[in-house]
Design a protein around this ligand. Structure first.
Ligand SMILES: C[S@@+](CC[C@H](N)C(=O)[O-])C[C@H]1O[C@@H](n2cnc3c(N)ncnc32)[C@H](O)[C@@H]1O
Length: 251
C-alpha cells in the first residue's frame, strides 16, 4: 500500500483509504489533491456542529466561520426566548445551517431556500441523513421572493466575495454561484433586508455571515430599513468582522 503524502493529515488519509481502498484509486485521489481539489469533496462529507453534512462540487464546503455564526445564533435564540419559533435560511447550499438549527430547535419550523437545483438535492439528502424535516424551496432570493409564512429568525450566508478578492486555490472547484455576488458585493444583504420586512414577525433576529470589509455598509443599510434595531458586528476566530446580527423588538 502507498504511504500517506505529508500534505494529507492522518485522519483524512484514514478516511480516504477506507473509501478508495485500491492503490490505483488512491493515486488518482492524491493527484487531484495536488491540484488543489478539495479533500472534503473526495472524502464526501464534513462535520458541522456535530452534524454530518454530505458535500460535493455542487455545494460550498461549510466553513468554521459558519459554525460560529450558528453557535452565536443559537445563543441569541435562547436568550431572546425564540426557541420554538419559525426559522428561514436563505442561500442554504448544503443545508448545514438549517439542519444544525433544526436539530437544536426541533419544534421550530425551518424553511431553506436556494436557487441551485443541484445544491438543494444535496441539502435534501443531508436533511434525510440527519433525520430532520426542512421545507426546501428552489427560489431566487434576489427576485421578489414570495412566501406563504412568516418567520422570527432569518439567517443567511449568501455569496459575498468581492470581484478580484484573493481566495484560496481550492475555491476554484466550488460552485462560483456560491461565492461571487457580482458587481455590488453587498447586493444580497440589501435584497434580503428588504425582503425581511415582508416575511418576519415584529420580534425577530436576522443573522448574516459577511465579508470582512462589508460590516459598515451592511449596518448602514440595516439601520435605514430598521431604525430602531440593535445591530451587533461579531468577529471570527481570526479577528475579522464576520457576522452581523440584527435584533428587532428582542429586548
Ligand atoms: C456562500 S454559499 C452558502 C451555503 C451554505 N449556507 C453555507 O453556509 O455553507 C451561498 C449559496 O447561495 C446560493 N445562491 C446564489 N445565488 C442565489 C440566489 N440568487 N438566490 C438563492 N440562492 C442563491 C448558492 O447556490 C449557494 O448555495
Amino acid at each position: 500500500m502507498i504511504n500517506r503524502p505529508s500534505f494529507i493529515n492522518n485522519l483524512d488519509w484514514e478516511l480516504l483509504v477506507k473509501k478508495y481502498k485500491s492503490e490505483n484509486k488512491l493515486k488518482k485521489v492524491i493527484k487531484k489533491i495536488e491540484k488543489d481539489y478539495p479533500i472534503q469533496y473526495l472524502i464526501g462529507d464534513v462535520e458541522f456542529l456535530n452534524t454530518k453534512i454530505i458535500v460535493n462540487h455542487h455545494v460550498l464546503i461549510p466553513r468554521f466561520e459558519t459554525e460560529l455564526l450558528v453557535a452565536n445564533l443559537i445563543d441569541y435564540i435562547k436568550k431572546y426566548d425564540l426557541s420554538n419559533n419559525p426559522i428561514i435560511d436563505l442561500c442554504t447550499g448544503s443545508g448545514c445551517i438549517a439542519i444544525a438549527l433544526k436539530k437544536k430547535f426541533d419544534k421550530s419550523i425551518v424553511y431553506a431556500v436556494d436557487k441551485s437545483y443541484t445544491a438543494l438535492h444535496v441539502a435534501k439528502k443531508n436533511a434525510k441523513g440527519n433525520g430532520v424535516k426542512i421545507k426546501y424551496l428552489k427560489k431566487d432570493v434576489l427576485k421578489n421572493l414570495k412566501l406563504d409564512k412568516k418567520f422570527s429568525i432569518l439567517v443567511s450566508n449568501p455569496p459575498y466575495v468581492k470581484e478580484g478578492e484573493i481566495v484560496t486555490n481550492n475555491t476554484k472547484y466550488e460552485p462560483q454561484i456560491a461565492l461571487y455576488p457580482g458587481k455590488d458585493d453587498i447586493l444580497f444583504y440589501k435584497k434580503i433586508l428588504e425582503l425581511s420586512k415582508k416575511i418576519l414577525y415584529k420580534k425577530n433576529i436576522i443573522a448574516f455571515e459577511i465579508g470582512s470589509t462589508q460590516a459598515k455598509d451592511i449596518c448602514k443599510y440595516a439601520k435605514k430599513i430598521y431604525n430602531n434595531a440593535i445591530i451587533k458586528v461579531v468577529k471570527d476566530y481570526s479577528g475579522f468582522d464576520r457576522f452581523v446580527f440584527i435584533f428587532n423588538n428582542c429586548e
